[in-house]
Write a protein that binds this ligand. Structure first.
Ligand SMILES: Cc1ncc(COP(=O)(O)O)c(C=O)c1O
Length: 503
């Protein structure tokens, strides 16, 4: 069966999407003509994204007004293209950049391409769920004092799981040192439209903000926005890099989808976000009945000392049970036909939006309560009682909570371009990686080229593997081998495209 037929078949089935894109395939929000009938190129009357002066410019100006931004541009290559653009526009080759270590891989790719020197700032740890927390303004200030030649600060807020940093205070701190702040707000395009959700970073003083509107708003996959404000960033430079990183044939279907999303928000945001807020409140209220599973809440996030929480992210911890995140995810899929966004070692994540229906929230709530109700008082699931609840489960997944920050030995570019050896991953402790290792999602590298591999990281990787989590980054698709920087005197073998085992 080809991809198109598979998609049609899947769409006709009863799986409920607790994942992106934020339109949730909800036809009540938007219906559409045959897409071929509106798929054009830069013909008369339809402007040119790389030289916008007509209908596309008008659309981008409307988006800017909606978010309160001085400049906004459409992105058709997701937030990835906006992050590459923002970092490239704000730096010169060799510059130092202060970046949160829990950044998406696109931040690391921008560092690689621009040959930047990263200085990392580590997020706090949310202890109950074992997830990355936020970045504190105090920690930012400490680093800006320690490294006075930093040219750009990059943070991610909200995180994948919805933890929000104090962007206003962080922006004020960065500006005191003359440093622009770029916020990867890929997961927060819906913020600031209703009092039930925290404010968005554009209105909080960030200089560059990136939004994947396809993630949390009703828009086609790959549609995103970049917003630029203030005097620390040159918008002409941003436009120059958009020209470099974006297709010269941007899809009019994607751009029309962005324009429709903006119109929907201009006209109906109050109504749609009020209804969404009510559904979320009902859901979180019901989840108070859970005894073993646990749902992350704003109160818990704030009690852990973090600034704010985006309730549209539903994170369900399995730490009080004998299930892994993957077990719960499979159970929700196979028994209740609910597809979640992500499974991690100790939790599953659902993404919600104004595209969700009351039935969708009820289905997830009913399923979680039913699964929870099947537990006996010892925390073991009926029928699976040989699986004892794990004790002292470690902080999970992509969190940097309890791991020693890896030592950065050389730049990404030097590591990737150096002579290399291919060795067993399990025997790579002490060597310098020439490849990324990350869980996808969320795409936050556990290892970045140029970092020294530690035993702690290897045991974490094998633990994730036992839990069925999938790794990416390694060129060996089975994840058995890793490319490491060759020891002095050893001979380069293989090439960038192929991995061969050394005999
Ligand atoms: C925090 C974060 N930033 C950026 C991106 C990249 O966004 P996109 O998929 O729109 O390119 C992602 C994708 O998952 C992400 O989670």
């Amino acid at each position: 069966m080809n991809l198109y037929d598979s998609l049609l078949k899947y769409g006709s089935m009863d799986y409920y999407p607790m994942h992106m894109p934020g339109h949730k395939r909800n036809k009540a929000l938007f219906d559409m003509v045959n897409p071929y009938s509106i798929d054009i190129t830069e013909i008369d009357g339809f402007d040119n994204l790389h030289h916008a002066e007509g209908i596309l410019l008008e659309g981008m100006e409307r988006a800017a007004e909606l978010y309160g931004s001085e400049h906004t541009a459409y992105l058709v290559g997701g937030s990835t293209s906006g992050i590459l653009t923002g970092i490239s526009a704000c730096t010169q080759k060799g510059d130092k950049i202060l970046t949160a270590r829990n950044s998406h891989k696109s931040v690391y790719h921008a560092i690689y391409l621009n040959e930047l020197e990263p200085v990392y700032i580590y997020p706090g740890l949310e202890p109950q769920f074992g997830i990355n927390g936020g970045i504190s303004p105090e920690a930012v200030e400490e680093m800006l004092i320690k490294y006075p030649d930093i040219k750009l600060l990059v943070i991610t807020s909200p995180t994948y799981e919805g933890i929000i940093s104090d962007v206003k205070a962080i922006a004020e701190t960065a500006h005191r040192y003359g440093v622009p702040l770029m916020v990867d707000e890929a997961h927060g395009a819906h913020l600031g439209f209703h009092p039930g959700f925290p404010a968005g970073s554009v209105r909080l003083g960030a200089d560059v903000v990136i939004h994947s509107i396809h993630k949390t708003l009703p828009a086609f996959t790959q549609s995103a926005l970049i917003h630029v404000n203030g005097t620390l960033v040159d918008y002409e430079e941003v436009k120059r890099y958009l020209d470099i990183y974006q297709s010269s044939s941007p899809s009019y279907i994607l751009m029309a989808g962005i324009a429709r999303c903006v119109t929907l928000l201009e006209q109906k945001r109050e109504e749609l976000f009020s209804a969404f807020d009510i559904q979320l409140r009902l859901f979180y209220d019901r989840m108070k009945q859970l005894k073993y599973l646990k749902v992350l809440t704003g109160e818990a996030v704030r009690a852990s000392g973090f600034f704010a929480f985006d309730p549209s992210k539903i994170t369900v911890s399995v730490r009080g049970t004998d299930l892994s995140g993957m077990d719960l995810c499979n159970r929700l899929l196979n028994r209740y036909r609910i597809q979640m966004e992500m499974a991690s070692k100790d939790y599953v994540l659902g993404m919600t939006s104004i595209g969700d229906t009351k039935e969708g929230f009820l289905r997830l709530g009913d399923a979680l309560l039913e699964i929870d109700g099947q537990y006996k008082s010892d925390g073991c699931l009926t029928g699976l009682s040989d699986n004892k609840p794990a004790e002292n489960k470690e902080p999970a997944d992509s969190s940097f909570g309890n791991i020693q920050p890896p030592e950065v030995v050389m730049s990404q570019k030097d590591a990737c371009k150096s002579p290399f050896d291919v060795i067993l991953l399990s025997e790579s402790a002490g060597r310098i990686t020439a490849e990324y290792v990350y869980l996808y999602p969320p795409g936050i590298p556990l290892l970045v080229p140029g970092e020294r591999i530690t035993k702690g990281l290897l045991s974490r990787i094998s633990e994730y593997r036992e839990k069925g989590l999938s790794f990416q980054g390694l060129r060996d698709m089975e994840g058995k081998y890793i490319k490491v920087v060759a020891k002095e005197g050893s001979i380069r073998f293989g090439d960038c495209g192929r991995i061969r085992e050394r005999k």
